[in-house]
Ligand binder design. Structure first.
Ligand code: NAD
Length: 493
């Protein structure tokens, strides 16, 4: 397929989707939607404003209260969500193009997100729609107390740009499966696939106004959504800094509950007993460079037992140096540009900071300054725990290696940042794997016995720890997060 030719046919239409149709934003100010592969503008995007959010919240509230979705049978919700999953796959070419043009993801990766990743997640949540059950407590012959889940109401959802279509689905699918109405504010860097999802949801049978999408800036629509007194809960995916602002905005308004999926600096702890150095290095490089390192759980912090560190680093460098970014519209491209000039500047600043602080750059990546945000991988070895490159989230193709000699030291290093999203332990020692899985403070810990991985990894519910956030979205627990638990007592003879 000639994706460059196809990309020229995209018709850009970025305005609020409220009550089942596009409406012009009340804001007259705009910013540019920049293609990071060329740094040329694709179109203008309205800044958005509090009035846009107010309209969307009012419509969502009205549709929630009239019961058109909140009061239908869970089987109907399941049916609509399954249809939506089917329509996403059917529209994969358009969705993939939008994500690739707006944030630079290689087209084959965007196709995977639209064809497999996002629809799979929706199907999983759809399957839980009729399984959200409470409890019954028969106290005695005259009293029965029930615990029932009810949808919370209007959910304000705010998302990041790194997996545009997937991030949107991760919010709207569990919220809708539980019976809520949603106002979604996608990232300003990549809002178009979320708007397309709203159109598809309507086609799938979701009543008008149950899902509304308002594009714009964080400082305008994002802030207005988190502050709005008509919003019953905010679910946020993004950086820890913004997550903390969201908590503040909730506190300043109606004290709405908040769910935060924030940043990470996930440790990969490799013990010498793993043996398979080449397999580990291959998995390291794949995991670290997936989505150009722009993944919350990116494999970019490596803690390696001294005994194997030289050979593992040599293999990582050899493999990473072969990975050069290229045009994301070519089907053969594995690594595209970073998502924006701001993201490139951020990565560049961290690479300079690492060098200044004394870390050894065993591979120094190229940073293209104009005409495309292309950055190739950098690997730092012998990184010390106090260095910012290993404590802070870089969100780019920069790997840090720290060396350790004992298990205790490995645990201390693994827990040595503010984050607690995910961790991986590479060992074949069963006792050690159990000790580390217990000791490492992270929402999810994977134990790996080799670099081989067959098929997809099934993710069970997990809750981020420390500065990575709180609240659960995946699985049935996700539906519980988007519900409120009520007790109803039946009393009397
Ligand atoms: P960001 O915090 O800059 O923005 C996230 C969203 O918040 C955007 O939609 C933005 O417009 C909005 N926003 C910004 N300021 C706001 C404000 N004052 N009030 C309300 N909304 C505001 O993050 P980003 O750069 O878009 O995404 C990268 C971050 O997302 C990384 O830290 C990454 O780890 C994290 N992330 C986490 C997960 C996860 O599941 N834990 C998944 C994806 C991304």
């Amino acid at each position: 397929m000639d994706w460059s030719e196809l990309s020229a046919t995209v018709k850009w239409n970025i305005q609020p989707f409220i009550g089942g149709r596009y409406r012009p934003s009340d804001s007259t100010e705009v910013f540019q939607n920049v293609n990071p592969a060329t740094e040329l503008s694709l179109c203008d995007i309205p800044n958005g404003c509090a009035q846009d959010i107010d309209q969307a919240v009012r419509v969502a509230r009205q549709r929630f209260d009239d019961g058109c979705w909140s009061n239908v049978s869970p089987f109907r919700r399941m049916e609509v969500l399954l249809k939506l999953a089917e329509l996403i796959t059917k529209n994969k070419i358009q969705l993939a193009l939008l994500d690739t043009l707006e944030m630079g993801k290689p087209i084959t990766a965007s196709l995977f997100d639209a064809e497999t990743f996002a629809p799979g997640l929706i199907r999983s949540w759809a399957g839980y729609a009729d399984k959200l059950m409470g409890l019954a407590a028969p106290i005695n012959s005259s009293t029965v107390v029930l615990n029932t889940y009810q949808p919370r109401g209007v959910i304000g959802a705010i998302t990041a740009w790194n997996f545009p279509v997937v991030n949107a689905v991760v919010k709207l699918a569990p919220a809708l499966a539980a019976g809520n109405a949603v106002v979604l504010k996608p990232s300003e860097l990549a809002p178009s696939s979320a708007l397309k999802l709203a159109e598809l949801a309507l086609e799938a049978g979701l009543p008008e106004g149950v899902l509304n999408v308002v594009p714009g800036l964080g400082s305008t629509v994002g802030q207005a959504l988190a502050l709005h007194p008509g919003v019953d809960m905010v679910s946020f995916t993004g950086s820890t800094g913004t997550g903390r602002k969201i908590m503040e905005l909730s506190g300043r308004s109606n004290g709405k509950p908040v769910l935060l999926e924030c940043g990470g600096k996930s440790p990969h702890v490799v013990f010498a007993d793993i043996g398979d150095i080449e397999g580990v290095a291959a998995a390291t490089v794949e995991g670290a460079l997936w989505n150009q390192g722009q993944v919350c759980s990116a494999h970019t912090r490596w803690l390696v037992e001294e005994e194997i560190a030289d050979s593992l680093v040599e293999s990582i460098v050899r493999r990473a140096s072969q990975r050069q970014p290229d045009d994301p519209l070519k089907e053969a491209t594995i690594d595209g540009p970073l998502a924006s000039p701001a993201q490139r500047a951020r990565v560049k600043a961290y690479v300079e900071e690492g060098t200044k602080s004394g870390a050894r750059a065993v591979l120094r990546g190229m940073i293209q300054e104009r005409g495309g945000c292309y950055v190739s991988p950098t690997v730092f070895d012998r990184v010390q725990p106090h260095m910012r490159i290993v404590r802070e989230e870089i969100f780019g193709p920069v790997l840090c290696v720290q060396r350790f000699s004992t298990e205790e030291e490995a645990v201390a290093l693994a827990n040595g940042t503010d984050y607690g999203l995910e961790a991986t332990v590479w060992t074949r020692d069963m006792g050690r794997s159990k000790r580390l899985a217990h000791a490492i403070k992270a929402g999810g810990v994977s134990i790996r016995t080799s670099g081989k991985q067959d098929g997809e990894v099934f993710v069970l519910s997990q809750e981020p720890q420390k500065a990575s956030g709180f609240g659960v979205e995946i699985g049935l627990k996700g539906l519980e997060s988007y519900s409120t638990l009520k007790s109803i007592s039946f009393i009397g003879a």
